[in-house]
Write a protein that binds this ligand. Structure first.
Ligand code: SF4
Ligand code: SF4
Length: 270
């Protein structure tokens, strides 16, 4: 399989533009660059992972968890999608490593039935690290309607954006407008995670650590731009604006306090 590349020269150039475009004066002049998706959604079905990548953007290494999205939440997603006549163009299944969900095939059956009976045009994509025999064996059993996408990881050291460097901890973001989000809200789409619906699945992973409990309980209404979530989460997210990719661990003070708070819930509040 041809590996999917997250970091390219073109991507870095676009991120640099994204940073300038998210400065407050530019937003006042031109409006927000990105708008949340009504076409794509990513479903984080578990935070279990068989790799422990440095700078994982779901904190699977920094704060491991065996949490799984209940199958009933996928059922509810399908039901609400039909009721609201959503015409999803792409539904991605992610994690963590999604093949490790104990009821992966029940989830896939719900989604392939939705495709067969309600939305034959939707692309169903499963994103995997393709690492290890267990994962590969499960992938061999996937139904043909599921497309596999992978960065084909071979180790826990990868070139990633420094996810745990919070823009709010950096001086160069002092004039950034966090309500802008980033290209992920359009490229990857909405997020459904064990703690609800988010403007992107990354935000759900941030909420898992910071514990704001800010996920929506149901599929957001069409006129819900989810700006409140971007204001809350993008200030903490290393995907915001521009950052040079790294291979070594980077954790800025806001994240250090959040992980510390997870380790010691009775300690100082952040
Ligand atoms: S494979 Fe993906 S989910 Fe797992 S630790 Fe690495 S980046 Fe995180
Ligand atoms: S939380 Fe991160 S990934 Fe999501 S819109 Fe904000 S900056 Fe982008």
């Amino acid at each position: 399989m041809k590996p999917h590349k997250n970091i390219t020269a073109k991507r870095l150039a676009l991120d640099l533009y994204q940073f300038f475009r998210a400065q407050s004066f530019m937003v006042r002049l031109l409006g927000r660059q990105f708008h949340r998706s009504r076409k794509s959604i990513e479903i984080d079905i578990t935070y279990k992972c068989n790799l422990k990548c440095v700078n994982c953007n779901r904190s699977c290494t920094q704060w491991p968890s065996s949490a799984e999205l209940p199958v009933e939440k996928v059922e509810a997603f399908v039901r609400q999608s039909i009721e609201k006549n959503m015409k999803w163009e792409r539904i991605r299944i992610l994690g963590g490593e999604p093949t490790l969900h104990s009821r992966l095939f029940d989830i896939l059956e719900l989604l392939t039935d939705y495709r067969a009976y309600h939305n034959p045009e939707v692309r169903l994509v499963l994103c995997t690290n393709l690492y290890g025999n267990k994962v590969k064996t499960i992938l061999n059993r996937l139904p043909p309607e599921i497309t596999i996408k992978s960065t084909v990881k071979t180790s826990a050291v990868n070139l990633f954006r420094p996810f745990n460097v919070a823009p709010v901890d950096t001086a160069y973001n002092r004039f950034s407008d966090y309500a802008c989000g980033c290209r992920i809200i359009e490229d990857c789409g909405l997020g459904l995670t064990p703690s609800g619906y988010y403007v992107c699945a990354v935000a759900g992973g941030i909420d898992r650590i910071f514990g704001f409990g800010a996920g929506r309980n149901t599929l957001p209404a069409d006129d819900d731009e989810m700006i409140d979530q971007m204001k809350r989460f993008c200030r903490l997210c290393g995907h915001f604006g521009f950052a040079l990719p790294v291979k070594s661990e980077r954790i800025s003070p806001a994240w250090q306090r959040a992980y510390q708070k997870r380790r010691n819930p009775d300690g100082l509040a952040f």
